[in-house]
Design a protein around this ligand. Sequence first.
Ligand SMILES: Nc1nc2c(ncn2[C@@H]2O[C@H](COP(=O)(O)OP(=O)(O)O)[C@@H](O)[C@H]2O)c(=O)[nH]1
Ligand SMILES: [Mg+2]
Length: 371
Amino acid sequence: MFVDRIKVLAQAGKGGSGCVSFRREKFVPKGGPDGGDGGRGGDVILRADRHVDNLANLFYEPIIKAKNGTHGKGKKMAGRAGANKIAKVPVGTIVWPAEGNQRPTPNSDKLPAGAQHPTFNSDQSAIRPVVDLVRDGQEFVLCRGGAGGKGNVHFKSSRNRAPRQYTDGEDGEHGYFLLELRTIADAGLVGYPNAGKSTLLRKLSAARPKVAPYPFTTLHPVVGVMELPGYRHATMADIPGLIEGAHRGLGLGHEFLRHITRCPILIFVIDAAGSEGRSPVEDLQSLRKEIDLYDPTLSSRPWLVVANKMDLADANENLEMLRERFPKISIFPISAAKGQGIDALKDALAERITADQAIDSPIRGGQAENL
Ligand SMILES: Nc1nc2c(ncn2[C@@H]2O[C@H](COP(=O)(O)OP(=O)(O)O)[C@@H](O)[C@H]2O)c(=O)[nH]1
Ligand SMILES: [Mg+2]
C-alpha cells in the first residue's frame, strides 16, 4: 500500500514523579529525605530515512507514542527516562499542524527558516509547515517528553528536615499533525497516461514501475536512480499520468502533482505517434497549462520534451510539428520501448542535472487540507 498523506497524533512521554522517602538504616532512626527524581518522558522523533518510500507504516499506527519516565525511588535513585519513539518517514516528508491541534506546535524555535508560528484559524493558507524533512537521516523532535518531578531530597531546609514535598512529572507535549510526502527527485516525468513514462524510467534506471497499454497503471510515484555518463547518479520520479483538469482534482492528476513540485527539472513525455487520436502539439500545450494552473512556479522551471514512440508511423511528422511550435525547447525523439535515443537523453540530463543542485522546495500554502 502507498500512503502519502496521513494525520497522526503524537504523544510524548510524561515525566515520572519525584519520590518521598527517608533514609531508614539500623542505627540512623531519623535519616534525612532521600527520595529521587522522576525520569524524563521520551520524545517523539521523526527521522527521514531513504529506505522508507511512503507513510504506510503510520497508516497502521497513527498514534506515535513515546514511553513515560518512571517514578523516582528511595536512596536518591532517579527514575528511568522513558524511551524515545522514533518514527521513520520518507525523505521529502512535510509536517503540517492538523485540525484538532489545540496547542501551539511544539519546538517553535525549530521551525524552518522563514516559517512563522502556525495559526489555527480557518484561513488554511496561513498554516505553515512545522518541518520539512529533506535529507536522509534528518531528525526532528515533534513532541518533547515531560521533565521528571523532583524528589523530596530537594526540599530539605534548615527549618524542615523531613520534607514531604515532591513534584509530579510534567506531561509530554502532544499534538495532531498531517504528514505529507512530496517526492524529491532530480527530474520528474510529466505526461498523459500511456505516453510511455514508466517504460522510459525502466530504460533509464533499475526501477520497475508497471507498464501496461491502459491508463493509470502507475498508481503512485516511483523514484528510480539513473546512471548518467561520468559515473554520476541522479533520481527520476514517475508519477501517475495527468489528464485534463488535473489541477481541479479530476482523475488522479491532482493527487499526484505535488510529487513533481520538488523536481528541479521537468521532463514532458509526449506520445509522438499520436495514438488514440491524440495530437502531440495539443498534448504538450495542455500539459503546460495544467501544471501552470496547479502551481505557476512549476511552469517557470527548466523543462525539456521527450517525443516518445518514434518507432511508430506518423511520429516523424508529429516531431516536426512539435519542433515548429516549440522552437526554443530541447525535444528528444526516442523510442522507450526499443531503447532508441536514450543515450542522447542521458547526456542532456547529465549536463542539466548539476551535482550540487539545490532542492527547490517551494511549499505552497493551503496544502494542509484536512484528511
Ligand atoms: N510502440 C511503442 N510503444 C511504447 C513505447 N513506449 C511505451 N510504449 C507502450 O505504451 C504503453 C504505455 O506505456 P507506459 O510506460 O505504461 O505509459 P505511462 O502510462 O506513461 O507510464 C505500453 O503498452 C507500452 O508498451 C515506444 O517507444 N514505442
Ligand atoms: Mg506509468
